[in-house]
Structures are given as structure tokens and as C-alpha cells.
Design a protein around this ligand. Structure first.
Ligand code: ADP
Length: 539
């Protein structure tokens, strides 16, 4: 017997129409390097409608890829809706990638048009002749003085919008499985791989962002997405905010700690999200600012150091809310929101819990599997296994099946490449990525776990642990440590600090002091670079 409910497709057109109709009075503020502009959702929606017809006028194919090379701004959000609501596919290009990778990605996705913030033209324009499918480059003038090339492919965003008639009425009903957006993994190994989100996956992911144990977004929130809109759709915040009706504050190009803290304070932001590096930068500024409006600091993308989260709790009463995921998981897969059984826990125990990656979001299935034998592991918080995920917003394959077959199991689960333990309440604790694990004498050492212990030292700013070859043990840990400004520290002091905290055979064989941990294009520790740097070291 079939259920008798309406079979309405889950599409972003609903998200747009809902925001336009009910939240027209809400605002989106965008900061630039010099000033700030504010628009209402009603004004923004008219611009989305104009942009929809601009895409037609430019002759973009019915499912053409619409590239963006932009900061977090209200105008980028116009593209976020206009492309998918007209059946096109939004393709956010990561402005921090190497030129060869950008060229590869834009050609692989077959972008027909790229919308570029004027301040980013100097990065983008030198590549344009290598982009085989790009017929139009639309420059969004963000007040920067970068020269705009005089070339028949180049258009001005505001001129196109001004000349366009707004699309009228409801956007056409689309199949919910149609592609809405795509994003390439940052390619820490091999070529970047294309992840293609559908309308259905984007809507379901946004809906979960509104749940209390995930991001808890509501109409009453003022949200500042610091995580870039070119990185896994800014963790789903833009679509989530539109669905909820939250006000938004977009940071634009100025990502200095001073600019961020000032936006948080002046706009009484309630929810924000960014990678740990951002929050490390903002931390010293906290005492000079009133951030009493803030209730959620979403943090993820790499392990959130316990000490960082605690520093925020002590300074402003709000610890980090850790989430774990990846481009392939849209990205929210787990969130470390507090549990009822913590009621009689000490603050210390809660801090330990917050340093974990969290509990799978509704509709996300997670299993832990021995990477060598394929055996499922128990959720006893001791056995470790590769995290495999399945769910309606988890990728099932890469765009054009590219190089990623190995990342999906025969029964259709995503192999995340992360290694974790899980407790009986479903809370994951990541110990490593499969390729970063250190195998010493046949036993695994979790580099992420060891890093967290080192970063708990009050004089340590950052630490990354990599494997170095060892004659007897095969691999041993090497700790690369960045000391906080104005402090001094020796290798012996670090080993002494670690001794009561980790098993003896986990203690690093060597400690190297470095000025900065090299980062990838999305701000994560680049262990590849460190491995190259210390290639000659032996344990
Ligand atoms: P890439 O895989 O190219 O680095 P992603 O941004 O998709 O790009 O990164 C996903 C990876 O980031 C995860 O597989 C995981 O290793 C790491 N990660 C994300 N969130 C966390 C977290 N909260 N704690 C630890 N690692 C995390």
C-alpha cells in the first residue's frame, strides 16, 4: 500500500520562494575593505530574479555550470540561488588553489561563465585563455582598483543586472535529483575530484542545519559565515539561513581577526562558523570586545584543539561547537552538541567531549571499519576503524567517475579516509586520517590525537605530527611545533609535558621547532609539505 502524501520535490526553488515571501524584511550585510552595505532579502530576491534572466541572455545552457570566484558576499549569495533555481549548476571555485588546479577544475566542470570579484581579477584573469569552455567572465565590482581588461568576454555584473527584466512568477518545478551545485575536493592527494550536490541533498542538509542538535539556525539568528562560500558551500550556512530566515553578515575580503571580531560585535552576531586557524587569530582580541550576543561558534574542517575551545569558554562563556565532515558529505556529518548524560559531568569532562568530532546528524549513517580486514568495529570507544558514511547528502560517486572508485565501498558507502573510535552514544573521536597514521612496531599512533596533546601545552601555538622512517619500528612520530610569540620552549619540556598524558611509545622521537605549520588552500595542516621538508629525518 502506498502512502497518500504529496510527492513534492525538495528543491532550492522552495528555499528561495520561502525567503522572498516571508523574510523579505530581514537583512544581509556585506563588508568590503572600505565600507559595509546592507540589503534586505526583498531587494536581494529581485536581484536573484534579474540574474536568472541574465543567465539566459548570456546563453548559458539549460544545465550549464556557472562558476564563481568570489568572497562571501550578498552578491555571491545571489548566484547561489539564481544558478540552481534556473536549472543550472553553481560551481564555486576555490580562490586559494594553485593556478594549474583551477584550470583543471574549471575545464573538468566545463564552466561556461565565471563570475569574479574585481579584487580577485589579478588571480583569475591570467588563467582565462586556458579555460576552454568559459565564454563569459562577469566582473563583480567590489570597489577594488584591479584593472578590468577590455575583452569581448568581459561583462560588468551591475550593468547586466540593470539591463535585465526580473524573472516573473515561480521558478519552474525541477526534479529534486537535478544537480544544484558542485565543489571540488581540495586534492590533498591526486587531482581534485568533483562532488555534485543535488537540490534534494542541499534541501535536506539545510533542514538538518536548523535542528537544535546540529547548527540550531533560527529566524532569530544573525549569522556570520566565515568559512568561505567556495568551501563545501560554507558548511551549508547560506542555504540554511535562507530556509530559516536568519539575518546574515558576510565578511567579504577582509578576513583579518580585527575585522571579524568587529563584525561579530557590531552586528550582534549569534551564530558563526570557521576553521580553528581563524579562531586562534581572533582569540587574543576577545577581552577588548563585547561578544555577549554570540551563542554558537561552529568549528571544524580540522580537529578543534581542546585548549582553543576552552580558551573561548573562559573568555566569553561560549566554547566551540565542533562538527566533522568533508566536501563529499555536504559537509555536515557529525556535530558535538551536548548530551543529556552530561548533566552531572564536570567542566573538564565536558571539555573532553567537545574535543570529540560528535554524533552523526539525523539521516547520516556511520560505521567504523577495520581498514585492513574490512571488519566492522564495536562502538566501545577503544577499537578504531575507518569512518564510512552513508546518507542522502553523502556523495555516491565523483563527477565523471573520476579517480575515486576506491573511495566508495561495494555496498555504496563513502570511505572518508578518517580513522576514529566511537562511544555507545554515537560520539566519534577522530584519531587520524588513514594516510597520516603512524605505524610504529605494528601499532597505530594517531597523529591528530598526539597533536592535540601537544597543543594543550600553554606555550604551544600549533603542532603537527608526521611519521618518519625508523629501522626497527618502521615509523616513529616527529612533532613539528610552533611556539607562542614571546615564549621559549625546549624539546625536553615538550616530552616531559607529554609523558603523563600519552603511552610511552607514543612519545615523539624528535621535536622540530618551526615558525608556522604550512597550510593547504582551505587552511588545514599540510602534512604533505611537512613530510617533504623533513624527508631526510630518521627516528
Ligand atoms: P580535503 O579532504 O581535501 O582536506 P575537506 O574540506 O573535504 O577537504 O576535508 C575533509 C577532511 O577534513 C575530513 O576528512 C577530516 O580529515 C578533516 N576534518 C573535518 N572536520 C574535522 C574535525 N572536526 N576534526 C578533525 N578533522 C576534521
Amino acid at each position: 500500500m502506498l502512502g497518500l502524501m504529496q510527492d513534492r520535490p525538495l528543491t532550492l526553488t522552495h528555499v528561495f520562494h520561502r525567503a522572498e515571501q516571508y523574510f523579505g524584511h530581514k537583512t544581509i550585510v556585506t563588508a568590503s575593505t572600505t565600507d559595509e552595505t546592507s540589503t534586505t532579502i526583498a531587494e536581494w530576491a529581485v536581484r536573484v530574479r534579474r540574474l536568472a534572466t541574465v543567465l539566459d541572455t548570456l546563453g548559458i545552457s539549460a544545465d550549464g555550470r556557472v562558476g564563481t570566484f568570489c568572497w562571501n558576499t550578498a552578491r555571491h549569495l545571489e548566484l547561489y540561488l539564481a544558478a540552481p533555481c534556473t536549472g543550472r549548476v553553481l560551481h564555486t571555485l576555490n580562490i586559494r588553489l594553485f593556478p594549474e588546479q583551477l584550470v583543471y577544475i574549471a575545464n573538468h566542470a566545463e564552466d561556461e561563465v565565471v563570475f569574479v570579484d574585481r579584487s580577485l581579477l589579478p588571480l583569475f584573469w591570467p588563467l582565462v585563455d586556458q579555460l576552454q569552455s568559459v565564454r563569459h567572465v562577469v566582473v563583480i565590482d567590489d570597489g577594488a582598483d584591479a584593472e578590468v581588461p577590455s575583452d569581448p568576454r568581459v561583462h560588468d555584473y551591475e550593468e547586466l543586472l540593470a539591463a535585465a527584466t526580473p524573472f516573473e512568477g515561480a521558478f519552474p518545478v525541477l526534479d529534486e535529483n537535478t544537480a544544484a551545485a558542485m565543489c571540488y575536493t581540495s586534492g590533498t592527494t591526486g587531482n581534485p575530484k568533483g562532488v555534485v550536490y543535488s537540490h534534494r541533498s542541499a534541501v535536506l542538509h539545510s533542514l538538518v542545519a536548523l535542528t537544535t542538535d546540529a547548527m540550531n539556525l533560527s529566524e532569530r539568528d544573525v549569522v556570520l559565515p566565515i568559512v568561505p562560500m567556495f568551501h563545501a558551500n560554507a558548511w551549508g550556512l547560506p542555504y540554511g539561513c535562507l530556509l530559516a530566515g536568519s539575518s546574515m553578515v558576510m565578511p567579504g575580503p577582509n578576513m583579518t581577526p580585527q575585522a571579524i571580531v568587529s563584525l561579530l560585535e557590531r552586528h550582534k552576531v549569534t551564530v558563526t562558523g570557521g576553521v580553528p586557524t581563524i579562531w586562534m587569530g581572533v582569540l587574543p582580541l576577545l577581552p577588548e570586545h563585547d561578544l555577549s550576543s554570540l551563542k554558537t561558534i561552529l568549528c571544524g574542517g580540522s580537529a578543534v584543539p581542546r585548549a582553543l575551545s576552552e580558551a573561548y569558554r573562559e573568555a566569553i562563556g561560549v566554547p566551540m561547537l565542533q562538527a566533522w565532515g568533508m566536501t563529499e558529505t555536504s559537509p555536515i556529518a557529525t556535530v558535538s552538541s551536548p548530551r543529556s548524560h552530561h548533566a552531572d559531568w564536570t567542566e573538564d569532562q565536558r571539555a573532553d567531549f567537545r574535543a570529540r568530532q560528535g554524533v552523526p546528524a539525523p539521516l547520516v549513517d556511520v560505521r567504523l571499519v577495520d581498514p585492513e580486514t574490512g571488519e566492522p568495529q564495536p562502538w566501545d570507544d577503544r577499537a578504531t576503524g575507518e569512518v564510512q558514511a552513508a546518507g542522502p547528502w553523502i556523495a555516491r560517486e565523483y563527477y565523471r567517475g573520476e579517480g575515486g572508485g576506491a573511495q566508495f565501498t561495494e555496498d555504496g558507502w563513502l570511505r572518508t579516509g578518517d580513522v576514529a573510535t566511537g562511544d555507545r552514544y554515537g560520539s566519534l573521536r577522530l584519531v587520524d586520517r588513514t594516510k597520516d597514521l603512524i605505524k610504529s612496531g605494528g601499532e597505530w599512533i594517531g597523529s591528530v590525537e598526539l597533536e592535540n596533546e601537544i597543543m594543550a601545552h600553554p606555550k604551544v601555538a600549533e603542532a603537527a605530527v608526521i611519521a618518519i622512517p625508523h629501522e626497527k619500528w618502521v615509523e616513529r612520530p616527529l612533532a613539528c611545533v610552533v611556539v607562542k610569540e614571546g615564549e621559549t620552549l625546549t624539546a625536553e619540556e615538550i616530552i616531559e609535558f607529554l609523558t603523563p598524558r600519552v603511552a610511552k611509545w607514543w612519545l615523539p622521537d624528535a621535536v622540530e621547532f618551526i615558525d608556522e605549520v604550512p597550510k593547504t588552500s582551505v587552511g588545514k595542516f599540510s602534512k604533505k609539505t611537512l613530510r617533504e621538508k623533513f624527508a631526510g629525518q630518521r627516528g
